[in-house]
Ligand binder design. Structure first.
Ligand code: FMN
Length: 227
């Protein structure tokens, strides 16, 4: 095979692999028992936690349009990682953080089942200013768009690592009484709580639910422009 053919063939297998992983990514809501949360063995955690951190670093190669320049960090997103022992703690303490008059929904069950949870926030720049101009709101939209690209990168990379994922909007985690427990600043807006299931717990007999729109897909949103 010529060097040129070899290069073309490598490119097509890269394409196949990336396409396969993107298509394989799917929402899986894994529901554990907050009173008996899943514990990840130390030797498993040492390998899988490192993979999650590696995936985050690569996910951070997402494009971003504007230097957000907070704390000398250019990216408009932040990631707050809670490892399994912390997740078990959250499963237990979330009801207490939000008070008796509110419900945490399925969140305690999801924190009780995950290997890790990654809280991804973005940093609005203008939208909280009453005098924000439309073009400034456009800049904020692009900070959010870039942060969403980073989240999708992370989901795809974790899928490639054999892990289960679920992008949750976060529900009550958005509340300051909860988000401040994780060190999320008041200038950050929660975009995603990514629940990560480690391969070692995938055979556990607990409830797993797919995303509600999984089967509503089509490609009818693709419009080919004819001029
Ligand atoms: C921005 C965003 C927020 C989401 N938040 C939730 C959520 O709070 N609860 C939920 O059940 N699914 C949530 N999802 C996941 C969708 O339900 C899921 O992607 C959809 O049902 C399609 O399923 P699939 O991801 O398996 O293709 C969210 C997805 C996105 C992109």
């Amino acid at each position: 095979m010529s060097a040129q053919d070899q290069s073309a063939s490598n490119k097509s297998s890269d394409l196949d692999r990336v396409a396969k992983v993107i298509a394989a990514r799917k929402t899986l809501k894994v529901l554990g028992d907050p009173a008996d949360p899943i514990a990840i063995a130390t030797e498993v955690a040492s390998v899988r936690d490192a993979q999650v951190l590696d995936a985050l670093r690569v996910a951070g190669m997402a494009p971003f349009h504007y230097d957000r320049a907070i704390d000398s960090i250019a990216e408009p997103w932040r990631a707050h990682v809670i490892w399994n022992s912390g997740c078990r703690d959250v499963a237990n303490r979330l009801p207490e953080w939000i008070g008796a008059e509110q419900s945490a929904g399925k969140l305690p069950a999801m924190f009780a089942a995950c290997g890790a949870a990654v809280l991804i926030t973005w940093l609005p720049q203008f939208r909280d200013q009453p005098s924000a101009k439309p073009e400034q709101i456009d800049v904020d939209d692009e900070h959010l768009a870039a942060s969403s690209a980073m989240v999708q990168n992370l989901l795809v990379l974790l899928t490639a690592a054999g892990m289960g994922t679920y992008w949750s909007s976060g529900g009550v985690v958005k509340q300051p009484s909860v988000s401040q427990q994780f060190g999320i600043g008041s200038n950050e807006k929660l975009l995603a709580v990514v629940f990560v299931e480690y391969p070692e717990t995938m055979s556990a007999e607990i409830e797993r639910k797919p995303g509600k729109h999984r089967d509503s897909r089509s490609d009818r949103w693709i419009k080919q422009v004819k001029l």
